[in-house]
Ligand binder design. Structure first.
Ligand SMILES: Cc1cc2nc3c(=O)[nH]c(=O)nc-3n(C[C@H](O)[C@H](O)[C@H](O)COP(=O)(O)O)c2cc1C
Length: 412
């Protein structure tokens, strides 16, 4: 099971005086969404770029700016108490100025004094104009910090706020958030692996305003995507309609129909290492798509003819090259027999059989009770657990499979 290196709960964010400070509120929002506690130190110059109130509201904490205005009630010295509170310090954006100061041990404001008083991991996300970035003084300072164990998140190339084009743009809030999450996880078994996942139900239109679908919410596919991202994977999630929000650090593609899902799957499948089909793609669709809205008539009933829908999993099973293919079999009876049949007929490597007739298992639930079955019929019968925990087990299983591939390659 995946575990964080050290329980990181409290992240102290330092915001310094660069244009990229406008991205800091979004970064705080993403970190709060990941359930981290966040406190903010704003340098005096950063106050020109972002309002303390915005940061206080989003971090749900007081914002700290001044080295000499310690809290009168508990008489704590801010830079020491903040250094004690933090499990990790992240400076984003980090100006050339703060990088120079930290590299030389200056402690003339709250942020630099706290950094000097902090013994743990410090991550810097630099942001500056290209000429500043390429300046040997900056380059030397950043190398010095890396040598001393600081983590520096790569800047990106692009159009900068000053109008120049080049290096020095701060990494996006999503990239920074993902960087932190991945660094905090021991298990990076999916590093350099491309994982394609489908989730949720598809909608098959009857007319312009009605459709047939099923109760799948996408929770299982979303949990898989999150765990794969945490393990260092490069994840693409193709999802049918769902109320679930985008996962930061995951490429999100939202579709409606099975046909749209198929197009997207085929677009990404060849470049994937693992494909997990967790979507409940409608098996049938209306044979005819009525234009406009079907009107209420004097007739008591209308006939709707359904035809078999495309089978995305079967299609990629035939195209399969070196990919590992995983399907889900949502069944209400003869669970394992039906699942095994599906595994064989669709040329899968694993099938995750889940009994959707159980109350706490299947569509819409936060938990699932599954059996993981491989091609040789070996099975792992898991107890009822969260969909997140099920995802961890699935990737643990895959890790073994990667190891086998690797051992075989070494022998050949
Ligand atoms: C409009 C404007 C934008 C700036 N953007 C940046 C920037 O992106 N990166 C940077 O290193 N400095 C930038 N600076 C310069 C810093 O604000 C300046 O070096 C300041 O001393 C940084 O203070 P601090 O590091 O204590 O926040 C900018 C200045 C101005 C006026």
């Amino acid at each position: 099971m995946e575990q964080r290196k050290k329980k990181i709960e409290n992240i102290l964010i330092g915001i310094t005086g660069g244009i990229a400070a406008y991205k800091s509120p979004e970064l705080i929002r993403l970190l709060r969404k990941e359930k981290f506690n966040v406190k903010v130190i704003l340098t005096k110059n950063a106050e020109h770029f972002v309002a303390p109130l915005t940061l206080a509201v989003l971090s749900e904490n007081k914002v700290y700016t001044d080295l000499f205005s310690q809290n009168k009630e508990d008489e704590e010295i801010s830079h020491i108490s903040l250094a004690h509170w933090a499990d990790l310090i992240l400076v984003a954006p980090a100006t050339a100025n703060i990088i120079a100061k930290v590299a030389h041990g200056l402690a003339d404001d709250l942020l630099t004094a706290t950094i000097l008083a902090f013994p743990g991991e410090i991550i810097l996300a630099p942001a500056m104009n290209t000429v500043m970035f390429n300046n040997p003084i900056y380059q030397e300072n950043s190398k010095r910090l890396i040598r001393m164990g600081f983590q520096i998140i790569d800047t990106e190339q692009g159009l900068l706020a000053c109008g120049d084009y080049g290096d020095g743009r701060m990494a996006s809030p999503e990239t920074i958030c993902t960087y932190i999450i991945q660094r905090l996880h021991h298990n990076q078994s999916l590093k350099d692996k491309k994982i394609l996942i489908t989730a949720s139900a598809t909608r098959e239109p009857i007319d312009q305003i009605r459709f047939i679908s099923n109760y799948s919410t996408g929770k299982m596919g979303f949990a898989l995507a999150e765990v794969a991202r945490n393990r260092g994977g490069s994840v693409t999630l193709i999802t049918g309609p769902t109320y679930l929000k985008d996962i930061s650090g995951v490429k999100m593609i939202r579709v409606n129909t099975a046909q749209e899902m198929r197009e997207q799957v085929l677009k990404y499948f060849n470049h994937s290492d693992i494909f997990i089909s967790a979507a409940a793609v409608s098996d049938f669709k209306p044979a005819q798509h009525f234009p406009g809205k079907i009107k209420k008539t004097s007739q008591q009933s209308i006939q709707l003819v359904l035809e078999k829908n495309i089978d995305i999993l079967e299609e990629v099973g035939m195209k399969k090259n070196n990919q590992i293919l995983i399907g889900f079999a949502a069944e209400v009876n003869s669970l394992e027999e039906n699942a095994l049949l599906k595994l064989k007929s669709k040329n899968l490597d694993y099938i995750i059989a889940n009994d959707v007739s159980q109350k706490d298992s299947g569509f819409g639930a936060d938990t699932n009770k599954v059996v993981i079955i491989d091609r040789t019929g070996n099975k792992l019968d898991l107890p009822l657990m969260t969909k997140h925990a099920v995802s961890e087990h699935i990737f643990d299983h895959l890790q073994k499979s990667f190891r086998k591939h690797h051992d075989r390659d070494m022998i050949e």
